[in-house]
Design a protein around this ligand. Structure first.
Ligand code: FEO
Length: 394
C-alpha cells in the first residue's frame, strides 16, 4: 500500500471493499471502504479497525508503518462490525494496546467479542495525550449506535467521526479534491438517507455541540469513503440541511402495478404535477432499489404512493417500501396514496393506516379506481397530481 497521509504522522490504513453491493440491505453500487487511521507520536494510536474479512490487509498496512506491538491505544469509535470485527485479530498483535471506547462502547465490545481486553472508557471532553498530539473525545450516541463517539486530533484539527459524514464509495483516491464532486455528494446523500435519516434531530444538536466545544475541523476523516480536506464545511452544511428536513418542490411517485392500472394512474398523476411546473421522480418499485427511492424522498416535499389491491391489502412491494420508509422517518413530507382494485379494495386504506401510524402528514382522501381507469378516471388522477403540486408550491 502506498502511504496515504492526512498530516505528518497521521496515515490512512484502511481498506477498500470494491465489490460490496449490499450493506445490511442498503445497495452499495459503488462499493465501500472501511477507514482506519494510524497516529504516530511518542505514543501510537490506531483509530478504528475494519471488517473482519480484511483483518490481514489492515495488519499489513499497519506493519508498513509500525510494528503492531508498538501500538499503545486502539480507539474504538463504534462497535458495529464493519469497524470493529478486526479488533480481536489486531488486539492479538497489538498486545500492549489499551482499547479506548465510550462506556457503552466497552459494553458492546464485551458483548460482541468477550471480556478479554484492556479497555479504558472516555466521555465527552476527555483527552488523551500522545506526545505532541492530543486526542479529544466527543460521545455521539445513536450516530450511529448508542456506543458511537468522535475522536478529534486537536493540534491537526482532524475530526474522525466514524459513520457521520461518510459515504459508501470504493475509490483509489482518498480525498474530496481527488474525486468527482457530484458522485461524492450523491453517495453522501444516499448514505445519509439510508443510515442516518431517522437521526436528523440528533445530528443537528451534535453539530451544534461540536461547535460549542470549540471543534472547528480542517479535515473530516470518516470511517467510510472519502476524507474531506479541501472543503469540510460542504458536508457539514449538507448535514445541517438534510437533518433540518430541507426540501424542494419535488414530488416522488412510487408505486407498483399488477395489470397496468396503477401504472396508468401513476402516469396521469405525474402529468398533473408536471403541468404545474413541479419536478417529478417516477419510481416503479420492482424496477427500483429501496435505497434509491428513499434518497429521492430526502429532498422532496411530497411522496405519492400507489398500489394495486392484492387479497384486500397493499401489494407486498409496497409493504416492504413502507416498512423501510416509516423506519427512516423522513421529515416534513406530504404523503398521499392511490391505487386500483377489482372488487373489495383495501390497498389505499392499508397504506393510509400505515402512514398515519408512522405520524406522517397524509393528504386524504386518496384516490382509488376499480379495474381499469377510463378517460374520466385518468382525468381525476391528473387533477390529483395538480392538487398535490398546488399544496407544495406555497
Ligand atoms: Fe459503519 Fe454503524 O457502521
Amino acid at each position: 500500500m502506498s502511504k496515504v497521509s492526512l498530516a505528518e504522522g497521521i496515515n490512512w490504513v484502511g481498506v477498500v471493499d470494491w465489490t460490496l453491493r449490499d450493506f445490511h440491505g442498503y445497495i452499495t453500487r459503488r462499493g465501500a471502504t472501511y477507514n482506519a487511521y494510524l497516529i504516530s507520536d511518542e505514543k501510537t494510536a490506531l483509530v478504528d479497525t475494519v471488517k473482519h474479512t480484511f483483518s490481514s490487509e489492515l495488519l499489513r498496512n499497519i506493519c508498513e508503518i509500525v510494528d503492531p506491538e508498538k501500538i499503545d491505544y486502539i480507539i474504538v469509535n463504534h462497535v458495529e462490525m464493519d469497524h470493529s470485527s478486526s479488533l480481536p485479530v489486531i488486539a492479538k498483535h497489538a498486545k500492549n494496546a489499551t482499547i479506548i471506547a465510550s462506556q457503552r462502547g466497552k459494553d458492546a465490545i464485551i458483548e460482541h467479542y468477550g471480556a478479554d481486553f484492556k479497555i479504558q472508557t472516555v466521555k465527552t471532553g476527555d483527552e488523551l495525550k500522545l506526545g505532541k498530539r492530543t486526542l479529544r473525545f466527543v460521545e455521539a450516541p445513536m450516530l450511529h449506535w448508542p456506543d458511537s463517539m468522535f475522536t478529534y486530533v486537536v493540534e491537526d484539527k482532524i475530526l474522525m467521526p466514524n459513520d457521520a459524514f461518510g459515504e459508501h464509495l470504493a475509490s483509489s483516491q482518498r480525498f474530496d479534491d481527488e474525486v468527482d464532486g457530484h458522485v461524492l455528494m450523491e453517495e453522501a446523500a444516499i448514505y445519509y438517507s439510508n443510515i442516518l435519516m431517522p437521526l436528523g434531530p440528533l445530528i443537528t444538536r451534535k453539530i451544534q455541540e461540536v461547535v460549542q466545544l470549540g471543534i472547528a475541523p480542517a479535515v473530516i476523516a470518516p470511517s467510510h469513503g472519502i476524507i474531506w480536506r479541501s472543503n469540510p464545511s460542504k458536508i457539514i452544511q449538507a448535514y445541517l440541511e438534510w437533518s433540518a428536513g430541507a426540501a424542494k418542490k419535488k414530488v416522488v411517485i412510487v408505486y407498483d402495478t399488477m395489470w397496468g392500472s396503477t401504472d396508468k394512474m401513476a402516469r396521469a398523476i405525474a402529468e398533473g404535477a408536471i403541468s404545474e411546473g413541479i419536478e417529478v421522480k417516477f419510481l416503479k418499485l420492482r424496477a427500483s432499489e429501496l435505497s434509491e427511492v428513499v434518497t429521492e424522498i430526502l429532498d422532496a416535499k411530497a411522496v405519492v404512493v400507489g398500489s394495486p389491491t392484492l387479497n384486500n391489502q397493499m401489494f407486498p412491494t409496497l409493504s416492504s417500501f413502507l416498512t423501510y420508509a416509516t423506519g427512516l422517518k423522513p421529515k416534513g413530507k406530504l404523503w398521499s396514496f392511490f391505487g386500483s382494485y377489482g372488487w373489495g379494495g383495501g390497498a389505499v386504506r392499508s397504506m393510509v393506516e400505515t402512514a398515519r401510524k408512522a405520524g406522517f402528514d397524509v393528504l386524504e382522501p386518496g384516490i382509488e379506481i376499480k379495474y381499469v381507469p377510463d378517460q374520466e378516471d385518468l382525468k381525476k388522477c391528473f387533477e390529483f397530481g395538480k392538487q398535490i403540486a398546488a399544496k407544495i408550491k406555497v
